[in-house]
Design a protein around this ligand. Structure first.
Ligand code: PGA
Length: 260
């Protein structure tokens, strides 16, 4: 059975004090247990080392929202994977829709970043997702498959043990619109089928696929009830400890029920 995984993507939000408070209250909340999921928090670059201290030897793991594909060099303003390692980072987010569609990262850059992060020993959440007009024209499976295929090109099966995929329909991110559980399940199942075609069924069955896009305590349980939804990547609701903990608790409760 796949261990559920929940990420909190803080994006370009919170200052040092508020971030440390949030991390602390999440760590405290998780310590009250039981905890049926892995939890990763993604603060902004300047606060990674600070938050690493706050969550040291507690369950939440630390992730970075992006990383440059080169280890060092003349890349003004960028942050490298060795620098992230120094800050105590274990996870890297690659190909978030805001990087693809706002910053302009191509499929090729996403692929380079994914391979660099996995080669450097990090665990990665790779995001895919279709735009509103792509869904309206019924192209959601094709678009997500194409993004996944580009990113995985040349990646050996062994590397996938440190890979999580996040299906994040762009039209659902930060909009309050959530994919229905059926919409999410359709894409998740198709991404898993694509993994089985690229690799084999065993690999496909082991990779965790998160849903992201306006996840909140009120919709987490019904989305998680779908067989190919293995957790969430949460933006807005991860900035409030009560909401984020409620989402984690909903997943923990559903997992316990499934095992009972
Ligand atoms: P949201 O963001 O939960 O605020 O929609 C999700 C994400 O961008 O990962």
């Amino acid at each position: 059975m796949r261990t559920p995984i929940i990420g909190g993507n803080w994006k370009m939000n919170l200052n040092a004090g508020d971030g440390a408070d949030l991390a602390e209250s999440i760590a405290e909340g998780l310590a009250r247990g039981p905890l049926g999921a892995e939890v990763v928090m993604f603060p902004a670059f300047p606060y990674l080392a600070l938050i690493a201290d706050v969550v040291e030897s507690t369950p939440p793991m630390l992730g970075a929202q992006d990383a440059h594909q080169e280890a060092s060099g003349a890349f003004t303003g960028e942050v490298s994977l060795p620098m992230l390692e120094d800050c105590g980072v274990e996870w890297v987010l690659v190909g978030h829709s805001e990087r693809r569609h706002v910053i302009g990262e191509s499929n090729e850059i996403v692929r380079e970043k994914l391979h660099a992060a996995l080669n450097a020993g990090f665990s990665v959440i790779l995001c895919t997702g279709e735009l509103k007009e792509e869904r309206e024209s019924g192209r959601q499976l094709e678009v997500n498959r194409a993004q996944l295929a580009h990113a995985l090109e040349g990646l050996p099966a062994a590397a996938l043990s440190r890979l999580v995929i996040a299906y994040e329909p762009v039209w659902a991110i930060g909009t309050g619109l959530t994919a229905t559980p059926e919409d999410a399940q359709e894409v998740h199942a198709d991404l898993r089928a694509a993994l089985a075609e690229h690799y084999d069924q065993g690999v496909a069955d082991a990779v965790r696929i998160q849903y992201g896009g306006s996840v909140k305590p009120a919709n987490a349980a019904e989305l998680f009830a779908k067989p190919d939804v293995d957790g969430f990547l949460v933006g807005g609701a991860s900035l409030k400890s009560a909401d984020f903990l409620d989402i984690i608790n909903a997943v923990t409760a559903a997992k316990a029920e499934g095992q009972a």
